[in-house]
Design a binder for this molecule. Structure first.
Ligand code: AHG
Ligand code: MN
Ligand code: MN
Length: 335
């Protein structure tokens, strides 16, 4: 029987053999994975633990926080504060950046996360997840400020997510393709279950919240309308639709079997560039998708090239199978 490769061994080999990651980044990723295990445990307990229901508070984006949003945020902070690998963290659930307290050594990495993605699915027992992105503190910067985080996604040094579904699966890139690890609950460790994931360039499956159709802009309406016309329309083939309402689960499906995911700008809140957040949702997912041979744009520009102006910046997202993303993007015209 083939030897099982644990996440620990995979990361050691990435460091030692491939020379892709320094030891501090390896430690950081180990710690994030450990936090995901702990969040997965809380998710599994459901109503038997403290995982369900609203926390009765709002985050900086004006969204009602669920208890699990707050638990997951705390787990990630506590796990990452003391290891000496980080300078600061930023999260969907915190207004401003969280500095590593003075009593601990400061490292050179910046960690961003959406501690719990798909909050509306917590109470209904549908897949949710944690998304994370790692940047390096700019060279020579004394201390850390919010502006140190404002780097385009192309500067990420690691990105990934853990989806808490029928299995807990951690998906990771350090810039050397995408690897997938499944949580072995008996061993308590993530085991490598797929390497070098590749997304098919073509697909017949799209993911979009159709209930917002009347608010979309013309290019998105055109793209979806053509898919809906199926075999008899300009695309000459039938399309299927999926929408989990947890980006992490929709992206996981696309990494597994292809597809295209759209959360476009719409007329409900025209001043917002989109619903999803650039730095801890769109950037890590876009890098994973690109590393697996897919593409990710905001309709006009590659997401990884966007220079963020603020920590909680929003963005319009089209990602997944390359040819579909290119088609939908071409309908938007020049940047
Ligand atoms: P979060 O739970 O972190 O706020 O993110 C939810 C996001 C994303 O995961 C998902 O694709 C989208 O919101 C769902 O939006 P709709 O409620 O419009 O379906
Ligand atoms: Mn989210
Ligand atoms: Mn969230």
């Amino acid at each position: 029987m083939a030897k099982k490769i644990s996440l620990t061994r995979y990361l050691v080999e990435q460091q030692r053999i491939a020379g892709h990651i320094p030891p501090e980044l390896r430690l950081l990723l180990e710690v994030v994975a450990r936090a995901c295990k702990s969040i997965s445990h809380a998710v599994n307990k459901g109503a038997l633990g403290e995982a369900m229901g609203s926390a009765g508070s709002e985050n900086v984006q004006g969204e009602i926080q669920k208890k699990l949003d707050i638990i997951a945020n705390e787990v990630l902070i506590e796990a990452n504060e003391w290891g000496g690998h980080l300078a600061a963290m930023a999260s969907e659930e915190m207004d401003s950046i969280h500095l590593v307290p003075n009593r601990y050594p400061q490292g050179e990495y910046l960690l961003l996360f959406d501690p719990l993605d798909g909050s509306s699915n917590i109470d209904v027992n549908v897949s949710i997840g944690t998304i994370f992105s790692v940047l390096k503190k700019p060279d020579g910067a004394e201390g850390v400020e919010e502006k140190d985080f404002l780097q385009p996604g192309s500067k990420q040094v690691a990105a990934g997510y853990c989806v808490y579904g029928p299995q807990a699966t951690l998906v990771l890139t350090v810039g050397d393709g995408v690897a997938m690890f499944t949580l072995d609950r008996e061993q308590g460790s993530f085991v490598l279950t797929e390497e070098n994931l590749q997304i098919p360039e073509d697909t017949q499956e799209f993911a979009i919240n159709m209930s917002n159709m009347r608010h979309w802009d013309t290019p998105v309406k055109r793209y979806i309308d053509e898919c809906l016309q199926g075999k008899d329309g300009p695309r000459g083939k039938d399309f299927n639709m999926r929408w989990v309402a947890s980006m992490v689960a929709d992206v996981h499906r696309i990494l597994t079997r292809g597809g295209v995911f759209l959360y476009p700008w719409d007329k409900r809140e025209p001043e917002k560039a989109g619903k999803l957040r650039l730095m801890y949702e769109a950037n890590p997912m876009s890098w994973l998708i690109e590393q697996a041979g897919g593409a990710a744009t905001n309709g006009r520009q590659r997401i990884l090239d966007i220079q963020p102006g603020k920590l909680h910046e929003r963005v319009s997202v089209i990602l997944g199978s390359k040819n579909e993303v290119e088609r939908a993007t071409s309908y938007h015209g020049k940047p």
